[in-house]
Write a protein that binds this ligand. Structure first.
Ligand SMILES: Nc1ncnc2c1ncn2[C@@H]1O[C@H](COP(=O)(O)OP(=O)(O)OP(=O)(O)O)[C@@H](O)[C@H]1O
Length: 425
């Protein structure tokens, strides 16, 4: 985090990224002294409600974050910033998004947790758009023109007022990660009679195990007749970038037990805080990869020296295909099938977790399974680019990857078939 005095002293000359969060109510003029170099401007966590008309003077600006401010509209000046490809205005009070506010090169738009009830048809002209985050708004419909955004790979439309799942989603050739729970058209989650009641006072919370955008995960001891070491996910707020914690918990609990899922024990009621999710403790595992970067946008980041034997790639891929098949059998779309949501053990034991983007769907919406198969294709592609082994088997895996990512989504194999193919290799 930078300070205003550092900015004013001229010490920041030449920097590419500026992070300022210090109660700003107006845009500091001094930011223009960085016009030659500034590519990423993060003004999240201030009290701004407007941006200056001459913002395009920041001619190298590619990324702007203004989350947790007081904007009631998406500033139109953004549309005149010609290199801007990522716009993040989460948790404002935005009601109005006009066509003029949309930069043509847009790849990643974050408008999560606002009050938007209408999006302009011109959003469909942002052909580079890959990631569209709209959870927690008041949208009753989406512009049909979005069908033209053929590069869209990740969409979050959970916790809105949508009356139906738009048909055009199924014509997006690259869509892989979709979250839509918490809309009026969504089926009710099934009751989970086996989930035990867990009382906050029975938990001894210990060290932090991990943290994501939506929650912090702690190790805990669950005091019962036979005390048990567990993992506790405490949500950071009432809405995450993927949707509602209640939907995440409902899906995670409804998914039930499976050898390749992290799984859930149940929901913890806290007298005065957000509910939390209790899970089995997965000890001694680590994340298969890190989440996407600003640059990679939709693709996970692996350690540079991370390689897999063919045997391990097959083991990971087969486990994930089996976990996804299990979820689809229960009509649950994971929505975030990514390496960064996979925990991996010392023997490459595999556990899929993070149901933050999960949605229940009806049998009539079965084609959603084929969308998730593309997420698997991305994972397989990443694993294959780091795998050494027999060329013949690698070729077969590459063919499976290609067919799982094919443009005609109905022609993609389902997870039951993928599992069969993998077990035959
Ligand atoms: N049951 C568990 N046992 C051990 N570690 C866990 C468990 N569940 C989660 N973790 C750790 O905590 C991290 C964050 O968990 P999770 O992905 O559920 O959080 P999140 O806030 O939803 O993340 P995201 O930013 O992807 O939304 C995981 O990547 C993992 O390292």
């Amino acid at each position: 985090m930078h300070t205003l005095s550092q900015l004013r002293s001229g010490k920041l000359k030449g920097i590419k990224r500026l992070d300022l969060s210090c109660g700003l109510t107006t845009f500091p003029e001094d930011i223009f002294s960085l016009a030659d170099s500034l590519e990423i401007l993060n003004l999240s966590g201030n009290a701004l409600s407007s941006l200056p008309d001459d913002l395009p003077r920041l001619k190298s600006l590619k990324v702007i974050f203004c989350s947790d401010n007081q904007f009631d509209h998406l500033p139109e000046v953004l549309g005149r910033c010609s290199n801007l490809c990522m716009v993040g205005f989460k948790a404002n009070q935005i009601q109005t998004v006009s066509a003029a506010a949309l930069p043509l090169e847009l790849r990643w738009l974050i408008l999560t947790d606002n009050q938007i009830s209408h999006l302009p048809a011109e959003l469909g002209q942002c052909h580079a758009l890959q990631k569209l985050m709209l959870a927690g708004n008041q949208l009753q419909s989406l512009p049909e023109t979005l069908a033209a955004c053929q590069n869209l790979e990740l969409i979050r439309i959970s916790a809105n007022q949508l009356q139906a799942l738009p048909d055009w989603l199924f014509s997006l050739p690259k869509l892989a990660w979709l979250a839509f729970a918490g809309n009026p058209f969504c089926p009710m989650p099934p009751a989970s009679p086996h989930a035990p009641a867990i009382h906050w006072q029975d938990l001894e919370v210990a060290e932090q195990l991990g943290e994501g955008a939506s929650g912090v995960i702690y190790k805990a001891l669950w005091q019962q007749e036979n005390p048990r070491a567990v993992a506790l996910k405490r949500f950071k707020g009432a809405l995450t970038s993927d949707g509602l914690p209640q939907c995440e918990m409902a899906a995670c609990i409804a998914a039930g037990e499976h050898p390749y899922l992290i799984g859930a024990i149940g929901q913890v009621e806290h007298p005065d805080q957000h509910p939390a999710l209790l899970m089995p403790l997965i000890d001694g595992f680590s994340n298969l990869a890190g989440p996407p970067s600003l640059e990679s946008c939709t693709r996970d980041i692996y350690a540079q020296d991370q390689y897999f034997s063919l045997e391990n790639t097959l083991k990971i891929a087969s486990s994930i295909a089996a976990a996804a098949e299990h979820l689809h059998a229960a009509h649950i779309l994971h929505g975030d099938l990514y390496a960064h949501n996979i925990l991996i053990g010392p023997e490459n034991e595999t556990r899929l977790g993070d149901f933050g983007a999960a949605s229940f769907y009806t049998p009539e919406q079965n084609l959603l399974q084929n969308i998730e198969v593309r997420a698997f294709a991305c994972l397989l592609e990443e694993l294959l680019s780091r795998t050494q082994g027999s060329a013949a088997t690698l070729d077969k895996l590459a063919n499976l990857q290609i067919s799982s990512a094919q443009v005609t989504i109905s022609a993609r194999p389902l997870f039951s078939e993928i599992k069969k193919i993998l077990s035959s290799l």
